[in-house]
Write a protein that binds this ligand. Sequence first.
Ligand code: M6R
Length: 609
Amino acid sequence: MCGIVGYLGEQQAYPILIEGLKRLEYRGYDSAGVALQCAEGMKVIKAKGELSALEQKVGNGAPIGHMGIGHTRWATHGAPSDANAHPHCGCSEDFAVVHNGIIENYLFLRNWLEKEGHRFASETDTEVLAHLVEHFYHGDLLQAVQKALEKVRGSFAMVVMCDKEEDRLICVRKDSPLIIGLGKGENFVASDVPAILNHTRKIYILEDGDLASITPDSVEIFTPSGDPLQREAIEVNWDAVQAEKGGYPHFMLKEIMEQPHALRETMRGRLLQGGREISLPELEMNPQELRNISRIYIVACGTAYHAGLVGKYAMERLLRLPVEVDLASEFRYRDPILDENTLMLVISQSGETADTLAALRLARKQGNKVLALTNVVGSTVAREADNVLYTWAGPEIAVASTKAYLTQLLSLFLLTLYLGKARNLLSRSDLENFGKAIFALPGQVEQVLERSEEIRELAEYLAPWESTFFIGRNVDYAVAMEGALKLKEISYIHAEAYAAGELKHGTLALVVEGVPVIALATQMNVIEKSVSNIKEVNARGGYITCFAQEGTTELQGEADGIFYLPSAPDFLMPIIAVVPLQLLAYYVAVARGCSVDKPRNLAKSVTVE
Ligand code: M6R
């Protein structure tokens, strides 16, 4: 939801801003802009479209200056256009603001400012920030920003620059992420770490309400009322190469291929002694607390929600505990019933999703402890939860989530086994067998990846269609939902996931000659039922491709194609079965000429509700 960068120091700001914005384009890409403090005054350049449109507009005339701010936008208020692109200025070009978030009372503020004589140039909520700062400026930018904030309601991260104040940026964080990168004689601001990884790994993560005044040599952080604060700088361990495409045509393909490594990283140090020991010290719960859990509540959005659904099947099966999974956007508005023995688990790759964060806050307000499963160290979810289990997937840049999903599944399985052991539900040999099976998963995912050519062939069949179905029973249904979401979001084909047994209650009417149907049939306890559902599709002429465990004989002659997957205990199969679906979505999107890493209308990190 919009990417922000800022730089001040000895180097030329423009290339640093552009490089940072390129790494943040996953947050929004419908327009981009920069503002630089130049010898001849503030220079603001903006362009509708992806960042390349801005670069083209600038051409060889890059502004010369050592301080600047940049922005890549995901539109909320006002359509994508040059005028609505950030940075926004006040009536003069003395003030420039970049912003991520929503100003809820912007209409009221705009009316008031117009009465005060301010003239607006865009339809955005952000522009009121620039005019407010201009309105309250009497020689001190920090004070002007503080005054402006007193008027504003909403969620924001913003960086403000003033042409009258050399070498100073003011930034604010409230409900949207913002970090400060620390260099020598130079400092950086950004929405996310990859933007500045080439320059520094030492960062401050601003907390909600923090204001910061940054010069090339200093960073001062204040409370909203201006009292100085001490924040501890942290070192991030991601390296810049991880955030590059590394020779792949798209981040998504690179991230799919990184999955075996990501799985190994996520299980490292957690699964010990051949699987008999599971160590999750992050949980910090005493054995009695673990035994007292009577219900698990999982809350998340999108792909993370689908991971939660897979977790539900594993937990209910192995722990015999009721598990509810809710969409974060629904959870908070339906007065959820949580009690002290409910383990509340939120899942979020980015750790910044607004709805998930709101659900976490609601649960904590009700007195519940929250365990977070997230990929981003220091993210808001990680900082606000009582306990954090990290998925060690490394930076995920493509909008379509792949390796984060796989590591979320693995973490949920590890958590399940950990709880099963603590509650004496799993025998030593169960644990040993599951442990061995988990250790085998990265290699099995590699085997599937090696067969990506077979999936590309299926993609050729699928690419011209506008509608398709994913079906499955039991946990295969949850995997079908993820497969359908992947296909929809990057290839724009309408894809519907259906519980295979439910098809005949309505949706089967849509299956006619040749309609592509992807059937997951990896769950051996329902294989015969799955075969019956596949026959129902076959009889209507659907073009069926099955994904099943190797050694499954029941499907022969029932489908147009069968892709046999390496075998694992049923509850672990989603980790293997989703991989060809990710590849399928990828190859279909490429065949259709879609923008794989930056699908239309979407952004990687959804920091608005
Ligand atoms: O960062 P989060 O895991 O909280 O993000 C949740 C969803 O926005 C995300 O999974 C989204 O559905 C992906 N684009 C799906 O590929």
